[in-house]
Design a protein around this ligand. Structure first.
Ligand code: GFB
Length: 321
């Protein structure tokens, strides 16, 4: 296992290329001299072992980025615990086993900051994994992601595979899910505030108390970190990928209102869950290796809103017409 690892000339399979993370990884890899392999769910259902193995056997990638996952915000996680644990366990097990069978030389598994205990020390170091009880709203998803980290570690120990894991903080950016029942907070705020402005509503209702703190990273920064890790990291421990500072839900809603040009106020529906009070990650290991995020939250929100207007809002208007 040598670092740096050269992507040049390699066949790189981005599993989950239509998602927020996968599509950003594809955009970023287009700047590398590699061949990108993708397959939609219509071609291969990664929850099915035989289909996954047949696909990997046929295309024989050199490198795999496991960005395929069942993801969602706080409500979706609470409402569909079986889907979140079962789909994610199946996808990661099938992709990792199939990759091993064809001798993939580097694999990068993606987890999430919710793998850490609810009351982890802040900022959360990688070593906080499995030191306490999880946040109940997303423990099903978290357990599946912890199993993914352990799968990579086990293949490393038993077979010497160069499989690594990245744990991103809360992400946002172009290609996000804007469905209010399933989305994370930032796309939800964008839709709610945008609609309120269009309709001339004086208030927007947010979930919870508005006091939880979240760390937000633009997905293009994440994609850059992942390519950096593929090239420069080969270790058993997962690496945190964060922005470095957090913001309350109330404050980020204010930032979003500014971007959209909305002047109304926010009300809080405290019958909806807050989730974990704070989850700022300690990303000093990765940053110490030389990677840094480039996109400020202000700029990232403005760019994402432009993308939303061009892609999502336009589609909604056409559907209504
Ligand atoms: O982004 P989010 O759904 O997930 O919610 P988590 C973050 C915070 O925003 C919570 C509040 O305190 C929500 O109550 N919030 C306010 C809203 N208004 C809204 C709204 O309209 N929609 C949404 N979705 N939230 C996720 C996990 O937790 O973190 C995932 O569920 C994943 O599994 C992800 O790990 C990184 O940050 O609480």
């Amino acid at each position: 296992m040598e670092t740096p690892f050269a992507l040049s000339g390699k066949k790189v399979w981005v599993a989950g290329h239509r998602g927020l993370v996968g599509s950003a990884v594809v955009r970023r890899l287009e700047r590398e001299n590699c061949t990108i392999i993708t397959a939609g769910r219509d071609e291969v259902d990664l929850r099915r072992q035989a289909e996954t193995e047949a696909f990997v056997e046929k295309l024989r990638p050199d490198v795999v980025v496991v960005a395929a996952a069942k993801v969602g915000g706080i409500l979706a996680n609470t409402q569909k615990p079986a889907d979140f644990i079962s789909d994610n366990l199946a996808i990661e097990l099938n992709v990792i086993n199939a990759s091993f069978k064809v001798g993939v030389s580097k694999l990068l598994f993606l987890g999430s900051s919710c793998i850490y205990p609810k009351m982890a020390p802040q900022p959360i170091p990688e070593s906080a994994l499995l030191t306490g009880p999880l946040e109940p709203t997303n423990e099903w998803y978290a357990i599946a992601k912890i199993a993914g980290i352990k799968l990579c570690q086990a293949f490393r120990r038993q077979h010497g595979c160069d499989y690594i894991s990245a744990m991103p903080t809360n992400l946002y950016g172009p290609g996000d899910n804007f469905d209010l029942n399933a989305s994370h907070v930032l796309p939800a705020l964008m839709v709610k505030i945008h609609n309120a402005k269009q309709r001339g509503d004086e208030t927007v209702t947010l979930w919870g108390t508005g006091t939880p703190l979240r760390e937000f990273l633009h997905v293009d920064d994440l994609a850059d970190a992942l390519v950096f890790m593929l090239a420069n990291y080969s270790g058993e421990e997962h690496l945190n990928v964060g922005f470095g500072s957090d913001v309350s839900i109330r404050d980020v809603a204010g930032m979003m209102a500014k971007v959209i040009g909305y002047e109304g106020t926010f009300v809080f529906d405290t019958s909806k869950p807050d989730g974990t009070p704070k989850k700022l990650m300690d990303s000093s290991r990765l940053m110490g290796m030389g990677w840094k995020p480039q996109i400020s939250l202000e700029k990232g929100l403005a760019d994402t809103y432009r993308w939303f207007l061009d892609h999502v809002e336009e589609g909604l208007r056409e559907n209504k017409a």
